[in-house]
Design a protein around this ligand. Structure first.
Ligand SMILES: *[C@@H]1O[C@H](CO)[C@@H](O)[C@H](O)[C@H]1NC(C)=O
Ligand SMILES: *[C@@H]1O[C@H](CO)[C@@H](O)[C@H](O)[C@H]1NC(C)=O
Ligand SMILES: *[C@@H]1O[C@H](CO)[C@@H](O)[C@H](O)[C@H]1NC(C)=O
Ligand SMILES: *[C@@H]1O[C@H](CO)[C@@H](O)[C@H](O)[C@H]1NC(C)=O
Ligand SMILES: *[C@@H]1O[C@H](CO)[C@@H](O)[C@H](O)[C@H]1NC(C)=O
Ligand SMILES: *[C@@H]1O[C@H](CO)[C@@H](O)[C@H](O)[C@H]1NC(C)=O
Ligand SMILES: *[C@@H]1O[C@H](CO)[C@@H](O)[C@H](O)[C@H]1NC(C)=O
Length: 427
């Protein structure tokens, strides 16, 4: 289970007991099954009261809002829901039709893997003493066997349902959204959808002498060697060999990443610093085989650029990259023009650039310049111009220009002198 974020990047390799957390609502399985009924009533306008109307809602007792109904004049009737996989049902809530609720008097609610007419369906609920009409909204708890089908069954009348919710989980899963797998210790992968506790008990092979309390899953006389904890899910001797954890930005090859852990298992935190997208755990390879047998890996850390107990703080804005997850100190240096642990101090007057290593141009009017760019903020000394006053000013350019013109004139002068005495051009 993921606990709260550790405020420092630590990898915590720990093999723990599975924790049981009670939860109430499971998935409404009715939305994942197929509804059908023995017959379907169609009114004189041609409206058909199909089995699906019971799962579509709204959740009320109002015939006009859509209720399922079987046809009249049948000796037995059923409304059924079938699932593709076995489900564990914890609770069924259903709404009867308010104006004719007495038609449901005496109904039975069955779980069956096959048709309601075959085998021995399990009875979840029977309306004793024809009381259905007094109780328009039923909520029935049924901790029975896992099943593939649910049936509302009645004789000599209609089966009419305005809304039904079937709460539970697919066998092998539990939790509010049935997204957690049952603990591997559970015999046959059977666990309660509410809390993940093993229904058929724990795997006797893990308990010493196979003695396990089927209700609580507690191993009565301890665990087989190598296991510990009340449920013997704790490894006292984790697999020997070298465990490796890599931190990488790709999943192509973990070896490209940074090695975070490379040692025998030990039950303590490993503090590391790394930036990456993926954490990969490589179990020991023994005699050519490797088994992944992890119960818990905790990875503490923060999203890139965040720090603090709950990663609620943003790293100082002038940090290069990210910062210490506890203190917020910049770890990878400061951006250009900044100094200090939190990169909140501009370069001293007269300095600028990366780590403030450069002197402002000597041609700046004042000795200061922009601490990031080196721009002479107050202008240049006479004779200089440009961003950082390193270009000669117009005066100098003109001088250079004159100089070139002078040389040209000189050449021309030579040429002219050369030409005139002889009166013709020499070869
Ligand atoms: C299950 O049924 C009980 C009554 O038997 C009811 O109090 C409870 O709210 C129901 N739970 C759900 C999830 O519908
Ligand atoms: C359905 O089949 C499963 C597995 O064979 C069995 O455990 C369960 O008891 C059956 N359920 C019913 C309602 O008969
Ligand atoms: C269950 O699913 C709902 C809706 O998708 C979601 O909001 C909720 O966080 C989930 N709960 C858990 C524990 O996964
Ligand atoms: C889990 O839930 C089931 C059904 O409600 C209950 O019988 C069982 O005792 C619970 N297990 C634990 C460990 O609380
Ligand atoms: C992953 O990418 C980030 C951002 O580019 C980089 O800082 C980090 O060093 C990379 N991590 C690894 C393990 O290559
Ligand atoms: C972790 O525990 C092992 C043995 O218990 C010990 O040798 C090692 O120094 C510990 N490592 C750290 C990082 O505390
Ligand atoms: C002045 O700016 C130029 C171009 O931006 C740069 O190459 C040069 O190093 C800078 N010199 C100083 C002293 O700032």
């Amino acid at each position: 289970m993921m606990s709260k974020l550790q405020p420092h990047a630590s990898i915590f390799l720990l093999i723990l007991e599975t924790m049981f957390v009670p939860v109430t609502a499971q998935t409404n399985l009715a939305l994942h099954g197929t509804a059908s009924q023995e017959t379907t009533y169609t009114d004189s306008d041609g409206n058909s009261y199909s089995a699906n109307l019971a799962i579509e809602g709204p959740a009320n007792n109002n015939w006009d809002d859509g209720c399922s109904s079987t046809a009249a004049g049948q000796s037995t009737q059923w409304w059924g829901m079938s699932f593709q996989k076995l489900v564990y049902i914890t609770n069924i809530t259903f709404y009867l039709r308010s104006d004719t609720a007495e038609r449901m008097n005496g109904f039975r609610l069955y779980f069956a893997n096959v048709s309601v007419y075959l085998g021995n369906p399990e009875l979840c609920f029977v309306d004793q003493g024809e009381q259905a009409f007094q109780n328009l909204i039923h909520s029935v708890d049924c901790d029975l066997s896992p099943t593939k089908n649910v049936y509302f069954y009645n004789r000599n009348t209609f089966v009419e349902l305005c809304y039904i919710e079937i709460n539970g989980c697919w066998k092998g899963t539990w939790g509010p959204n049935c997204t957690t797998d049952c603990p591997v210790e559970c015999i046959g992968n059977h666990c309660f959808p509410q809390n993940g506790s093993c229904i058929w008990g724990c795997d006797l092979q893990k308990c010493f002498h196979g003695q396990c309390d089927a209700k609580t899953d507690v191993c009565m006389t301890g665990c087989v060697p190598g296991r510990g904890g009340r449920y013997c899910t704790f490894y006292t001797n984790p697999p020997v060999g070298i465990h490796k954890v890599y931190c990488s930005n790709t999943t192509d090859s973990w070896a490209d990443g940074i090695v975070l852990y490379n040692a025998e298992y030990h039950n303590n935190d490993t503090t590391v610093f790394a930036i990456c997208k993926y954490i990969m755990y490589i179990p020991p390879i023994l005699k050519g085989n490797s088994n992944i047998d992890i119960c818990e890996i905790e990875i503490g850390g923060c999203p890139y650029g965040k720090y603090g107990d709950t990663c609620q703080l943003t790293c100082p804005e002038n940090c290069m990259g990210t910062c210490n997850l506890v203190t917020g100190k910049c770890l990878l240096g400061c951006s250009t023009g900044w100094l200090g642990e939190k990169c909140d101090r501009a370069c001293d007057v007269g300095r600028f650039g990366n780590q403030c290593l450069r002197d402002c141009s000597a041609n700046c009017l004042s000795s200061s310049c922009n601490h990031m760019t080196g721009n002479c903020m107050t202008g240049c000394k006479k004779g200089w111009e440009g961003f950082n006053c390193t270009e000669g000013s117009v005066l100098i350019s003109r001088f250079c220009g004159l100089h070139y013109i002078a040389s040209y004139l000189k050449l021309l002068f030579y040429f002219v002198i050369f030409r005139f005495p002889s009166g013709k051009i020499k070869a």
